[in-house]
Ligand binder design. Structure first.
Ligand SMILES: Cc1cc2nc3c(=O)[nH]c(=O)nc-3n(C[C@H](O)[C@H](O)[C@H](O)COP(=O)(O)O)c2cc1C
Length: 169
């Protein structure tokens, strides 16, 4: 698939076979995260890979919209380092760009992935911080669940000409 095809056909995948993600594939996904753009090129992201089934189960206990983690290959918590980027809005945007890059890499590798929201839900941020022993300057932003697909989803065309404005609203 070329880049545009990857972008146009990506869907959130929530059913997985349970097969583990090889280290080779994981590194490719993480590398895509690292390649994201960031404000002032601060690259304030940190990635916590979770392949411990007990920890994935604990995440499912507190994150009601991450139940697909059960059969996933792993989860990746994308965090922002607030000592590298003090403007919280930029920190969130930078980490979000890394998340989207990873989701596209996941799809291009014929794996499935879904973005589970964390920031700005304080209860979820606190639970991830406690479970993964994050230091105070590390802000959990989003949780990417990755696995070998056990479902296929047709691409969706979201293009909407009414949302495009030229030169003025
Ligand atoms: C910030 C954010 C938070 C999300 N949180 C969740 C979540 O907690 N659980 C989930 O299953 N999907 C979550 N999603 C995925 C969306 O539900 C999904 O992207 C949307 O329904 C569009 O479907 P698509 O990704 O297949 O195009 C989230 C997406 C974003 C961008």
């Amino acid at each position: 698939m070329d880049a545009l095809e990857v972008i146009y056909t990506r869907r959130s995948i929530r059913r997985f076979t349970g097969e583990v993600i090889s280290d080779e594939l994981l590194q490719k996904i993480l590398k895509a995260g690292f390649q994201a753009p960031s404000a002032h090129n601060r690259q304030p992201w940190e990635f916590v890979v979770i392949n411990d089934k007990n920890k994935l189960r604990k995440i499912m206990e507190f994150h009601r919209y991450a139940q697909m983690a059960e059969n996933a290959g792993c989860g990746i918590l994308v965090c922002g380092d607030s000592s590298k980027q003090q403007t919280l809005g930029f920190l969130v945007e930078d980490c979000s760009a890394a998340i989207e890059n990873m989701l596209l890499a996941i799809h291009s590798l014929n794996l499935g992935g879904v973005w589970c929201g964390v920031y700005p839900k304080e209860d979820l941020m606190e639970c991830f911080t406690k479970l993964l022993e994050l230091p105070p300057h590390i802000i959990p932003i989003g949780f990417v669940v990755v696995g070998h697909k056990d479902e296929e989803k047709a691409p969706r065309d979201n293009y909407d000409v009414n949302k495009i404005h030229y030169n003025k609203w």
